[in-house]
Design a protein around this ligand. Sequence first.
Ligand code: NOJ
Length: 564
Amino acid sequence: MGESTKNDWWKRAVFYEIYVRSFKDSNRDGVGDLPGIIEKLEYLHSLGVDALWLTPINPSTDYDFGYDVTDYTGVNPLFGNISDFQLLLKEAHALNIKLILDFVLNHTSVEHPWFLESRSSRTNPKRDWYIWRDGRSPGKPPNRWMSRVIGKAWEFDQNTGQYYYHAFFKQQPDLNWRNPEVKKAMFEAAKYWLDLGVDGFRLDLVNHLVEDELLRENPFNNPLNSSRSIQEMLPYEWQKHLYDRDLPETHEILKELRSLTDSFSSRVLVGEAATFDTSAAASYYGSGDDELHLVFNFNFFTCPFQPRSFLHTALEWHDALPSGAWPCLALSNHDQPRHIGRFAGSFLVYGESQDAVPKGKIAASFLLTLRGSPFLYYGEEIGMRNSFLWPWEVKDPAGKIFWPAFQGRDMSRTPMQWSPSSNAGFSTAKPWLRPDPSYSECNVLYQEQDPYSLLSFYRKLIRLRKEREALALGALEFIPVTSSDYLAYMRKFNNESILIVLNFRNTMVSLSSLGEAHQLRPPWPWKVLLGTSRKAGETLDLRSAWMRPYEVLIAEPVSKGEVE
Ligand code: NOJ
């Protein structure tokens, strides 16, 4: 454990997800673009991030904002052109920042030339590139599989009298990965970007690539028995997905993709396995080093602000991984409400309470000191909140369908808040999505000048993570404490031991039970490395210390090497 080579850069790396449309607009069309990201590379460098994940940059019908691709080797003109991309890659690399691209493997746009051909006739050579089937009887789709978003997963095509399958929106027909020509075409696209020098891919919906050939029905599932969150109770979850996802053939495809990726040096594959089933998600690591390098765990997206939930989710994830696999950690992304709103929202996930900043510091500390590769989502470093949008402002198709029950994913996709100037400094034109009004107070410009801001804290934390091998690569050891108010754990690497204590409560909390924990006996004085209530260098005795409300404490023994 803890070993790392140059090829394993992704183990130490702090990743940063950029929702390209919303990061920085350089050409005044109200949409973020690649030159905009170039403008902000210095900012990202100063934050300390090591790798960027860009949401899809390919040409797209933009129904699902990039996740409906029409050309896998092109660049969406809204974002720039291939020269802009190459310049971005070059400049990022010059700052030692890696770049990974979103690769939408499971489906294309209905407007992709492959699908246009495929749907043109039953005998078209590309017919079998997608999943076409006859209905069970007139008006009845081939089976009862559900789309992840709404309704059945089948769409009738008048022209050829058959149904096509779509795990997501009907505008996103699933590719047929059993067809070797599909695999070849998609692998060629991957190779195209790897040849250009991209450092890897974030793979969309990896667990959906293959479906049962016999279209067997999924059995009934009662989500009330197992769910931990509202997301897990949506109609889609009322089926046990035995036949429409997580099929064994998917693993074979990912192994081949891994071999292709490994034929280039130092590249990474990060997968979105869309499931709350921890062991199913972990299965995409393969045997530990033959499928994906990193896989997201959806349970972190629904975890409430409770030390025991954080602990449980982290332990369950570590236990589920095959040996040799490396955890992947993210609390927010472009599909989920931002975690600051989940933890400190005053009404559901909107707006924020006074606790937002201290809670944001606790969350940041967890994300950046736990064992695994952390993924930040743009704007979380300044505590951008979930935005409330009126129905006429909604852009996300899911929000258009479900508002007000669900306002859609726009809430976490609003323009990056660079400054208090108009449109949050994101664009001089009208932004594609209304910026959250909080930008007049909450923005990069102000927080850069405030040593106690969330942004300054992220910077210090990331710097410390780089300075201390134990924080990036060390073994993780949770310290059992009787209190359910705080979380305590150690990271250990060679002779280095670092203690992290996070007080999740808005009250003073005694550390006496921590002082008694056998890992920490005898209670040598500890020296603060970084904290929200104590200065670096200060010493404390854990037996008698108290944590202040929402305090973060990162410390090491005064004399190193004394912790077993
Ligand atoms: C997951 C992506 O993160 C999401 O934004 C997208 O809508 C679906 N996959 C479909 O591609």
